[in-house]
Design a protein around this ligand. Structure first.
Ligand code: NAD
Length: 352
């Protein structure tokens, strides 16, 4: 075994590791941003990053966002993330198990979970080596989709004084695991749907099953609609395209939708209501929280906790309006306040 682990000093991060074992093709970063409110929790992203720098940057950005997401969702978790530099089609059990050994060596400071490129089956493989893994209760995507729909209802309440989605035009960018469930939920709410996906067969399926209008990848962010829902990748909104957006609000599950913090100001200036992604997409982490908090996983309790996204988002809008902040800044301030004063800190011993 040729496992090499290196600790990297990064300001404001509790622990950042680079680990590699070329005998199994493993090259990964684990970033623990904060454990102030509980063990750091964050998914394993398996992606063929072109450089190690890009992988590290992603791990840092995503782990910080997990800290804010978990603080706001009051699940008694901190923020962490791991990235494995690999085409997910090439992963093996040996690689996953070596990765699991590294997670195990952190002694419960970090709990990993699935993320893009990492399947529920991979989580089961990792569990054979370490108990410090969450997500065994099943697919988080329906919970994330439900939370996103509840956030949309909150946004309609905020904008129009009624949270009905009936007759509202909603454009969804990316109809994969979460976007697909979301499209179905919105169909049953009576929304008019517009979709786009780089896998054309997925958007065509939404057209066939839910009467969605299919548009091109370029058009989706520029269609006239009440709500635009980014449910694909990050960095969707930036200086060059915000002026072209014709939506009233942005509410989607994709992580890190804004390319830079300045984009929140650009959206505010244009009068577009932005629901911060890490408030909207907390359904998945709230769901896995139940695995740690209760002896028996309880889906109804998980759903009730995901429902709280509705009120939480309205609180964020209230803070933003009262202080003249962008909604993104308001949500970060609220999360930092909870971190500073230990609000929502996990008190009981973590049992695994
Ligand atoms: P997914 O891979 O199942 O779906 C993403 C879809 O977007 C795919 O169908 C893909 O073809 C499509 N896509 C990619 N680029 C596109 C583009 N430029 N235009 C249109 N479509 C494009 O992923 P997912 O699990 O549904 O997650 C979606 C997003 O939500 C990701 O950013 C993820 O990090 C975030 N998220 C997911 C969860 C969860 O529970 N799955 C939780 C929190 C956040």
């Amino acid at each position: 075994m040729t496992l090499h682990i290196e600790e990297i000093e990064v300001a404001e991060y509790e622990k950042v590791l680079y680990a590699e074992d070329l005998s199994v093709g493993l090259s990964c970063y684990i970033a623990i941003h904060s454990t102030a409110l509980g063990p750091a929790v964050g998914g394993i992203r398996i992606f063929p990053y072109t450089t190690k720098e890009a992988a590290l940057e992603d791990a840092l950005r995503l782990s910080k966002m997990m800290t804010y997401k978990s603080a706001l969702a009051e699940c008694g978790f901190g923020g962490g993330k791991s990235v494995i530099i690999l085409d997910p089609r090439l992963k093996t059990d040996a690689l996953l198990k070596r990765f699991a050994e590294i997670v195990h060596s952190l002694g419960g400071k970090y709990f990993c979970a699935e993320d893009s490129g990492c399947s529920p089956q991979d989580v089961v493989t990792i569990r054979e080596v370490t108990p410090y893994v969450l997500g065994l209760s099943g697919n988080p995507s329906p919970y994330t989709a439900w939370g996103t729909m509840r956030a949309m209802q909150a946004v309609m309440e905020y904008m129009d004084g009624s949270d009905s989605l009936e007759g509202k035009t909603i454009a969804i960018q990316g109809v994969g695991a979460v976007g697909g469930y979301l499209t179905e939920l919105l169909f049953w709410q009576g929304a008019k749907l517009i979709v786009s996906d780089m896998h054309k067969e997925r958007s065509l399926e939404m057209k066939r099953r839910f009467g969605a209008v299919e548009v091109s990848l370029d058009e989706i962010t520029q269609v006239n609609c009440d709500i635009l829902a980014p449910c694909a990748m990050g960095g969707v909104f930036h200086a060059k395209n915000i002026d072209l957006c014709k939506c009233r609000a942005i509410v989607g599950c994709a992580n890190n939708q804004l390319l830079t913090p300045d984009d929140a100001y650009r959206l505010k200036k244009k009068g577009i209501v932005y629901a911060p992604d890490f408030v909207v997409n907390a359904g998945g982490v709230v769901n896995v929280q139940m695995e740690m908090d209760t002896a028996e996983y309880h889906p109804m309790r998980a759903r009730a906790n995901v429902d709280k996204i509705y009120k939480r988002l309205l609180s964020v809008f209230h803070i933003a309006d009262t202080n003249g902040y962008t909604t993104d800044f308001a949500a970060i301030q609220l999360a930092k306040h909870r971190l500073r004063y230990g609000i929502g800190k996990r008190v009981e011993a973590v049992s695994v």
